[in-house]
Design a protein around this ligand. Sequence first.
Ligand code: ADP
Ligand code: MG
Length: 251
Amino acid sequence: MGTIYAIANQKGGVGKTTTAVNVAACIAAAGYETLVVDVDPQGNATVGLGVAREGAGVYDVLAGDVSAREAVRTTDIERLSILVSTPDLAGATMELPRLAGSERRLREALDPLREDFAFILLDCPPSLGPLTVNALVAAERVIVPVQTEYFALEGLAGLLDTLSLIQRELNPRLTVAGMLLTMHDARTKLAQDVEREVRAHFPALVFDTVIPRNVRLGEAPSYGIPVIHHDPHCSGAEAYFELAKEVAARG
Ligand code: ADP
Ligand code: MG
């Protein structure tokens, strides 16, 4: 049975999508059937994997119009599939709360896919709205990317409170897989201080692997490919390989 990971942080631009796409690519490269579910109306994971934002996707699955299995599409990367984000997903934020069992719709839809995939990664939007709640109810583990910059800790306490609430009320199996330090520039004192502070605040929670700031990671999405297929030996690719191993080991 596959394990479902949500990549979540209500802050935008902290590396959620980059983490979802690249961890998924590393796991697929290691030989596991892997699925990315693009739960963000911005569709960056879909585009970053070179897939068109059209046809059946997460929106249609949440609406109950197609099964998740019917909507899953292959990518050009071996063993890596995707459930896409189409532009109409933006409307789901308004429509979802009106549907019966609204928080559990993604969980119920994805359940059969756990037989098909060893790893399912949900790329969340930058909010704690209904789409993120659906992802957190569907997931067993959460990866929280944290950019090592000033204000890194801001919002993390609130996010952890939300995770506890969801665990209590909606999804008792939910645990934090780890916090991931991203876009780290080890040359700056600020980044070093932030890393120390985050590790001190959440001693057991932070992954050992730190994702460096790396030009290749930033440009790979414009080619519609994960970084390990863009430049397999760059620092970003190596870091995401290490992270994928750590994620699997913690699982
Ligand atoms: P989020 O999904 O949390 O909004 P993204 O993963 O889209 O964040 O990252 C925000 C921007 O930063 C994107 O343009 C992405 O390509 C870039 N980026 C992410 N991680 C790195 C990194 N480690 N080094 C350089 N650029 C990065
Ligand atoms: Mg994103």
